[in-house]
Design a protein around this ligand. Structure first.
Ligand code: PDD
Length: 284
């Protein structure tokens, strides 16, 4: 059952209301996290809570809770929802002001929202044959230069994703100054000359929790890994391209700008890493 926690009150998701002077509504002044729940357990919860703290610090919101309190609240939300495979969404905004003004008032208390909604599709299993590689286009990365902050201001991501779906593809791979950054809501990896490559952490990309896990799994499988800039042209020379996110895990990309990546199917490195991912997930 979908459930919401809003500033200390548990309620049905459709009943939760935010005042219009909440700076999250007026300015997109807030940050968020998306945490997958597998078999009733919040996956990589500590990592998500740590990134939430970093995002809050970057936008100068004093963290309203410590890590243990966050963890307890998330676990309680999952328990109350009674869902087994679900998505936890945490949003913290700067809070409700008394008037619309760019400068935030002193002493404002953050708005805390946690929702849990069912996501049956998350229960993927090893060697899932239903995985259909994405089709993608490339697009200029016109987003702001604070991509490491997981802000609720997602207008650019929405514009990009809608432009992609309007062209009949799944998403866009973003290019800034000739280099790959990420996708609208996932990190990008390529396999080129047998090396598994992803752009380095910077303020131009979100430091994905799934990205870190997949890099760790690649190291463990003795796959050669490089965190370095990727030229747009390398997307077409790569034998495999894939994306990672909390909602999609590790997903192959079969076509970019109508050109097949490899044979357009799930490649061997993806298969190996996806298998490791599923094993890791089940062991949690
Ligand atoms: N998106 N890059 C961007 C821009 C993202 O929005 C996301 C996640 C990622 C992957 O991060 P992680 O592995 O920590 O989920 C990379 C989430 C899932 C979303 O907005 O729904």
């Amino acid at each position: 059952m979908a459930i919401a926690y809003l500033n200390g009150t548990w309620q049905a998701i459709e009943d939760a209301k935010i005042p219009i002077l909440d700076r999250g509504f007026m300015f997109g002044d807030g940050v968020y996290e998306v945490i997958p729940v597998y078999d009733g357990k919040a996956f990589l919860l500590a990592e998500h809570i740590q990134r939430l703290s970093l995002s809050l610090a970057e936008i100068k919101i004093i963290n309203p809770m410590d890590d243990a309190q966050w963890a307890e609240l998330v676990l309680r939300a999952v328990e109350k929802s009674m869902e087994t495979n679900a998505i936890v969404y945490i949003q913290v905004t700067r809070g409700v002001a008394t008037k619309r003004e760019h400068v935030w008032p002193e002493g404002i208390s953050p708005t805390i929202l946690i929702t849990v909604t069912a996501a049956p599709g998350l229960a993927r299993v090893y060697a899932d044959t239903t995985v259909k590689p994405y089709t993608m286009i490339t697009m200029e990365d016109f987003r702001w230069q604070r991509g490491h902050i997981k802000t609720t201001s997602l207008l650019a991501a929405g514009l990009i994703k809608n432009a992609a779906t309007a062209q009949g593809v799944d998403d866009a791979i973003l290019i800034r100054a000739g280099l790959v950054t990420e996708s609208s809501s996932s990190n990008v990896f390529i396999v080129i000359n047998g090396v598994f490559v992803t752009p380095p952490k910077s303020c131009l990309i979100l430091h994905g929790i799934t990205r870190d896990l997949v890099l760790m799994l690649a190291h463990k499988s003795d796959i050669a890994v490089e965190e370095r800039d990727i030229e747009e042209a390398e997307l077409y020379a790569a034998s495999e391209v894939m994306v990672t996110s909390s909602g999609r895990e590790l997903w192959p990309v079969g076509f970019i700008n109508e050109r097949a990546v490899g044979d357009g199917m799930c490649g061997p490195v993806w298969k190996m890493l996806d298998a490791s991912f599923q094993v890791y997930k089940e062991a949690q």
